[in-house]
Design a protein around this ligand. Structure first.
Ligand code: 13P
Ligand code: SF4
Length: 399
């Protein structure tokens, strides 16, 4: 008998690694198991089952689909949008008993906060998280605020928090008088925030969480600030890795977080595509690094990207730097334009892609059978304060 087989029969040694599906750490195994039966992706009746379940739910359910979702899911969305549009849509459906959120966890949390207690928000796969949102934990944010207090600047600092964050951090933002923003309203949100602490040209500060790139890009490109106005607060370093003097001199205190999808694009990608496709228009999402955004021709949210392509001249060439599902859909919608992906390697958002047709069918069929699965519920106190910050965003001027 080989050593390998001997080991197979031995009692397994305690492992520090996550053993998927073995119930060792249910908190971190979110979404690994689905109660009931998850249809096989190969089920030839899957589309028919989805249609039947959707029809059976009728107006009791409303299905929201983020632009980064797979086509098979988008086909069943009642509305598609960026995170700002979807938050608004969720808030505008008080008649829907169930909101099926085809997006990621923080979006479903926001939908729960913006809907009534009688409504149930369902995320078809609980493993659909967001690595950026996970880069800011509430205890780290509270510790960071203590650092600002010790440096004597908390009184002149307002938190502005990107939608891509946990409900607990949105609640922290509400408790401290700040606002949420998305990639489509970051400029308006920052202008509003600076107005609360003495104006863009004053000495007040913003603590921007968790995406350093969206914060920096908006400050430099839209508010006319300089790189020296920005510092990066690293939650894993004492004092954020900054001196008190650096904190006091800064206008934008940027949390050290980023999107693992948009962080892949490089300035070299832009140079290469310009060399390969003369006259190409480079259009990127503001979660990309500043050097990429500076090298591009246009920058904006997913909704902006779609509108730009809708308005583009037939025959024009575009290179788009955002998630691949969206870029492929845009390319298909515009056969009269040349649409390129900015990076030569594939760049799906792995967590957005967790939502697939089997999970959507499973969630909808469970609701039809009278069983709510994967309901997202934010605790009442956090929900209250997060709503304060979300309502502040929804009330921003000009939106
Ligand atoms: P928007 O939906 O605001 O464009 O953001 C993109 C994104 O990364 C969502 O997770
Ligand atoms: Fe999070 Fe980036 Fe995926 Fe959006 S694209 S859900 S920010 S990891």
């Amino acid at each position: 008998m080989s050593t390998l087989l001997d080991n197979t029969f031995a009692e397994p040694a305690p492992s520090p690694l996550l053993l998927l599906g073995q119930g060792r750490d249910l908190a971190s195994e979110r979404g690994v198991e689905c109660t009931g039966e998850l249809p096989a992706a190969s089920d030839p009746d899957l589309v028919e089952r989805a249609r039947a379940a959707r029809a059976a739910l009728g107006s009791r359910a409303f299905v929201l689909g983020h632009h980064y979702q797979r086509d098979e899911v988008i086909d069943f969305a009642d509305v598609t949008g960026d995170s700002f549009k979807l938050a608004r849509e969720a808030a505008a459906r008080p008649e829907a008993e169930f909101i099926l959120f085809c997006g990621v966890h923080f979006m479903a949390e926001s939908a729960d906060i913006l809907t009534s207690d009688a409504q149930q928000v369902v995320l078809p796969d609980l493993a659909a998280g967001c690595s950026m949102a996970d880069m800011a934990a509430i205890n780290q944010v509270e510790d960071a605020w203590d650092v600002l207090q010790d440096a004597g600047i908390a009184d002149v600092t307002l938190p502005v928090t990107y939608m891509n964050s946990t409900a607990a951090i949105k609640a922290f933002t509400g408790r401290h008088g700040g606002t949420i923003c998305t990639s489509s309203n970051a400029e308006v949100a920052l202008r509003w925030a600076f107005d609360q602490v003495g104006g863009v040209d004053g000495t007040g500060k913003v603590l921007f969480m968790p995406d350093q790139h969206l914060g920096r890009n908006t400050a430099l490109l839209k508010l006319g600030m300089s790189p020296t106005d920005c510092v990066v607060f690293d939650p894993r370093k004492p004092n954020g890795g900054l001196t008190d003097a650096e904190l006091r001199d800064a206008r934008m205190i940027l949390w050290r977080g980023h999107c693992s999808v948009h962080g892949r694009f490089s300035e070299r990608n832009v140079t290469d595509i310009r060399a390969a496709v003369p006259g190409v228009n480079v259009l990127v999402h503001p979660e990309c690094k500043n050097e990429v955004v500076e090298a591009a021709d246009y920058v904006g949210s997913t909704e902006y990207i779609i509108k730009m392509l809708d308005a583009a001249e037939p025959g024009s060439s575009w290179a788009i730097g955002t998630e691949l599902n969206l870029v492929r859909r845009v390319a298909r919608a515009h056969p009269d334009k040349q649409v390129h992906y900015l990076d030569s390697t594939v760049c799906f958002c792995s967590t957005m892609n967790r939502i697939d047709l089997p999970h959507l069918v499973w969630a909808m069929e469970s609701l039809v059978a009278g069983r709510t699965v994967n309901r997202i519920v934010v605790d009442a106190d956090d929900a209250h304060w997060a709503r304060v910050a979300l309502d502040q965003m929804l009330a921003l001027p000009g939106l």
